[in-house]
Write a protein that binds this ligand. Structure first.
Ligand SMILES: NC(=O)c1ccc[n+]([C@@H]2O[C@H](COP(=O)([O-])OP(=O)(O)OC[C@H]3O[C@@H](n4cnc5c(N)ncnc54)[C@H](OP(=O)(O)O)[C@@H]3O)[C@@H](O)[C@H]2O)c1
Length: 316
C-alpha cells in the first residue's frame, strides 16, 4: 500500500479539480495521491481519470450522507461548487456547507476551498451602484461562495481560501469569444469599465491548488488569489489578434447594457464585472501572478495560453 497522503478532490471531472488531479498524478514522486470524487464514476470524464491511475469514488454534495465514504482516510480535500449548473446561490451554499462539515467529520487535515468574494462586504445591499438581485445578493455566484467562508472557518477542517481569476477558457466555452464586426475585423466586447482583468488558464488553477497543498497547513486561514496575468481589454484584444492573425478591437460594453443582454446569468455577470471595476487595483491585488507562480512554476501568462489555445477560441 502506498504511503502517499490522499487528497480527495471535488470537481475532479471539471476544470479546477481536474487540473489538481492531473497535477498530482503528473508528480509521480510527490507526496500526494489524488482521489477523484464524482456523482458518476462511470462517466467518460471519470474513466479518463481512472485511466491515469487515479482512484475514482462516488460522492454528491447534494446528499451529505455520501461524503463520509468519499473523504474517509483523506489527508486533504479540495472543495469547489458549480453555480452554473443550477444558478442557485442557496443550493451552492448548502453544497459548500455539506463539504465543509464532512471534511471535519472525516478528520481531514488540510482543505483548499475554492471561494470568491462576498461582494456585499464592499457593496452592501443598500448601495445602488450595483442592482440588488433576488432581494439578497449583489453578485449571486460570488456572494454565495464568500458567505460560506465563515462556515469553512468554523465547521470545516483547517482551510485555505483560494480565489480563482476569470478563466481565459471563457473565450472558448462561455460565449465570451470575439465576434465578427461590420468592418470584417473582430470585436472583443466585455464590460470592464476601463480596468484590467485578472485572468488565468483553467488548468493552472488546479496546479496552484496543488502548490497550496505542497506548502501545507502554514497557509491555513490565508486567502490566496490565483491569476496568470492582469490585462486591459485593449491589451487582451491585441494579444488575441496577434495569436489569431487578425485585427481584434476591444469594445468596453456599458455595464447596464451587459446586464440587459438577457442570457441566463447576465445580471450576475454584469454586476461581477462592475464590482471588479469598482475595486480596480484592489481586486487585481487579490489575484497576484507572482504568488501564483511561486505555487505553480509552469503558470501561463496570456501569450502562453494563447499559443496553446488560440485555435480553439470561439468566434461568433
Ligand atoms: N469561469 C470562470 O471564469 C470562473 C472563475 C472563477 C471561479 N469560477 C467558479 O468555478 C466554479 C466551477 O468550477 P469548474 O469550472 O471547475 O467546474 P466545471 O468544469 O463546470 O465542473 C463542475 C464539477 O463540479 C462537479 N459537481 C457539480 N455538482 C456536484 C455535486 N452535486 N456533487 C459532486 N460534484 C459535483 C462535477 O462533477 P460530476 O459531474 O463528475 O459529478 C464537475 O467535476 C463555478 O462555481 C464558478 O463560479 C469560474
Amino acid at each position: 500500500m502506498s504511503d502517499k497522503k490522499i487528497i480527495a478532490v471535488f470537481g475532479a471531472t471539471g476544470a479546477q479539480g481536474g487540473g489538481l488531479v492531473r497535477a498530482i498524478a503528473a508528480d509521480v514522486n510527490g507526496p500526494f495521491t489524488a482521489r477523484a470524487i464524482t456523482r458518476d464514476p462511470n462517466s467518460d470524464k471519470s474513466k479518463a481519470l481512472a485511466a491515469l491511475g487515479v482512484e475514482v469514488v462516488a460522492g454528491n454534495t447534494d446528499d451529505a450522507s455520501t461524503l463520509a465514504a468519499a473523504l474517509a482516510g483523506a489527508y486533504g480535500a479540495f472543495c469547489v461548487t458549480n453555480f452554473w449548473e443550477h444558478f442557485s446561490a442557496e443550493r451552492e451554499g448548502v453544497q459548500a456547507a455539506a463539504m465543509a462539515r464532512a471534511t471535519k467529520a472525516a478528520g481531514v487535515q488540510h482543505v483548499v476551498w475554492s471561494t470568491l468574494e462576498d461582494t456585499r462586504k464592499w457593496i452592501p445591499l443598500t448601495d445602488d451602484r450595483l442592482p440588488t438581485l433576488h432581494g439578497q445578493f449583489k453578485c449571486p455566484h460570488f456572494d454565495s461562495k464568500g458567505a460560506m467562508d465563515a462556515v469553512f472557518a468554523a465547521e470545516a477542517a483547517p482551510t485555505t481560501y483560494m480565489t480563482a481569476a476569470f478563466y481565459w477558457e471563457n473565450f472558448i466555452h462561455f460565449g465570451m469569444g470575439p465576434r465578427a464586426g461590420e468592418d470584417g475585423n473582430l470585436v472583443l466586447a466585455m464590460p470592464l469599465g476601463g480596468v484590467k482583468l485578472p485572468g488565468i488558464g483553467a488548468e493552472d488553477i488546479g496546479r496552484c491548488a496543488y502548490g497550496i497543498f505542497k506548502e501545507g497547513t502554514s497557509t491555513v486561514g490565508q486567502r490566496i488569489g490565483v491569476a496568470g496575468e492582469s490585462l486591459s481589454g485593449a491589451d487582451m484584444a491585441a494579444k488575441m489578434g496577434k495569436a489569431l492573425g487578425r485585427t481584434v478591437n476591444f469594445f468596453d460594453v456599458p455595464f447596464d447594457v451587459y446586464r440587459g443582454l438577457g442570457f441566463p446569468g447576465a445580471e450576475d455577470l454584469g454586476n461581477m464585472f462592475q464590482f471588479q471595476a469598482i475595486l480596480g487595483e484592489e481586486f487585481q491585488r487579490y489575484r497576484d501572478p507572482v504568488r501564483s507562480r511561486a505555487l505553480n512554476a509552469s503558470l501561463s501568462d496570456f501569450d502562453a495560453w494563447l499559443a496553446a489555445n488560440a485555435g480553439k477560441i470561439a468566434i461568433g
